[in-house]
Design a protein around this ligand. Structure first.
Ligand code: AOS
Ligand code: ZN
Ligand code: ZN
Length: 423
């Protein structure tokens, strides 16, 4: 706390200068309400992103000090949240995480100001000791006993989530096929739907189910929840507690994700996000690191669509990161992702909606582009920093993380050769 205050003191005058400039530039806008929205906005950290990631070609665990237990993962997210004031939740992945004492975990988390976001089930790997293999799919499997095992796992994840105070289940299925002819698409869909229905019926009243789609990988010919249309089909058939989850890396190249977002919102079926960025496929790179304009355009649709429906930006959708990488300190990378998401959100909040609507109604294409790019090209980092300051967090989270030698301290307490569970 002491060091955080010293850090903020050292940066405050330069911060004030930048903020005052923004206040002048945007004097026609209610910046106070925008800062408050930024303060309220929280992005969940995935438990599997806290360790160094890898690829199928290898894993270089050079960072050290990785969290070895669920408690240490909560500590890491607590550290992020103390630094940026915007990472107030953790998303668990079962059985990579094994929550044994829910009450103790809840109180540990709440000590850091954290809640438990969506629970993630895992039927894409075989677990030691399980009776059936998911080699040919889980909820879609031609063998009912395999489907039953996967359904029971999901119901178990819901139960664990209830004990932790979570209120959503994310189902991502690796199910699909690798070669033409391998699968009867219709039967695979019907089996998956029937299985999801059983899981759905185990959801508590106030819970949501997020059906995540993905175009390919690990199956390379077909995926049974392959795109937003298929996810929406399932969600519509399941009922009002089921929604589509958009992972930014799960589309075929050049998909117009912002349009997908707009239409899902229109249908009341957008559940939430897995934020990341990608150049080629499901690259799981730092949010905003490759296509920041796309991230802004997505937030532009979100703000427009949520406001049109009177939705609460902070509460009505699930905001989660799903990233993993093998060349950065995972905690620094997550700070960068959160920052990029907050900047895109701030830019979207500042779009002159009235002027944009007028430009659209007049088919004034150039004006519409000017309006969007005016905020995209404005440096709004001081607004996001001001929101951080107001939550009691750091003006420059990464600098403070480095100044405090956080990684070295983690290595000292946890050791150099620790491996976090996960991918
Ligand atoms: C997989 O590609 C998906 O993004 C899922 O969300 C998955 O559960 C997560 O990435 C952890 O592997
Ligand atoms: Zn994902
Ligand atoms: Zn993914």
């Amino acid at each position: 706390q002491n060091q955080l205050e010293k850090h903020n003191d050292s940066l405050i005058s330069s911060h004030q200068r930048k903020l005052n400039f923004l206040k002048e530039e945007w004097s026609h806008v209610d910046l106070e309400s925008i800062i408050q929205k930024l303060v309220d906005f929280q992005i969940a950290i995935p438990s599997w992103a806290l360790g160094t990631g890898g690829t199928r070609f290898g894993r270089f665990a050079i960072t050290g000090g990785e969290p070895r237990t669920i408690e240490e993962k909560i500590e890491d997210v607590g550290l992020l949240h103390a630094l940026n004031g915007a990472s107030g939740a953790i998303s668990l992945h079962i059985p990579w995480d094994i929550p044994q004492n829910a009450e103790a975990l809840k109180s540990l988390a709440s000590g850091y100001g954290l809640t438990f976001d969506a629970m993630n089930s895992n039927t894409f790997q075989d677990q030691a000791g399980s009776a059936h293999s998911y080699k040919f799919g889980s909820l879609q499997n031609v063998n009912k006993a395999v489907r039953k095992q996967a359904i029971e796992h999901n119901i178990e994840v819901i139960k664990q989530g209830v004990a932790l105070g979570s209120n959503a289940l994310t189902v991502w299925l690796a199910d699909g096929s690798c070669f033409p002819g391998q699968l009867n698409f219709r039967k695979a869909f019907e089996n998956t739907l029937e299985s999801l229905q059983e899981i759905y019926s185990a959801l508590p009243e106030d819970w949501k189910m997020f059906v995540e789609y993905k175009a390919f990988e690990p199956n390379f010919y077909s995926t049974t929840v392959g795109d937003w249309g298929q996810s929406l089909l399932y969600a519509n058939k399941l009922g009002k507690k089921a929604y589509t989850l958009v992972d930014l890396g799960h589309h075929l190249p050049n998909a117009n994700i912002e349009q997908i977002v707009s239409l899902l919102l229109m249908e009341g079926k957008l559940g939430g996000f897995h934020f990341n960025d990608s150049k080629y496929g499901d690259d799981d790179l730092t949010a905003g690191s490759i296509k920041p304009y796309q991230l802004f355009l997505i937030f532009n649709e979100l703000v427009e669509g949520m406001d049109a429906k009177g939705m609460n930006h902070a509460k009505d959708l699930g905001w989660m990161i799903d990233a993993s990488h093998n060349v950065k300190d995972p905690l620094e990378d997550l700070l960068q992702s959160v920052e990029a998401i907050m900047i895109a959100y701030a830019q979207a909040l500042l779009v002159d909606r009235k002027a944009l609507n007028a430009a659209q109604d007049n088919n004034d294409v150039a004006a519409a582009q000017e309006i969007l790019q005016n905020t995209f090209r404005s440096d709004l980092r001081a607004l996001v920093a001001e929101a951080r300051l107001r939550t009691g967090a750091a003006l420059s989270p990464i600098s403070l993380y480095r100044d405090l030698d956080c990684r070295k301290n983690l290595v000292n307490t946890r050791g150099l050769n620790t491996i976090a569970t996960g991918l």
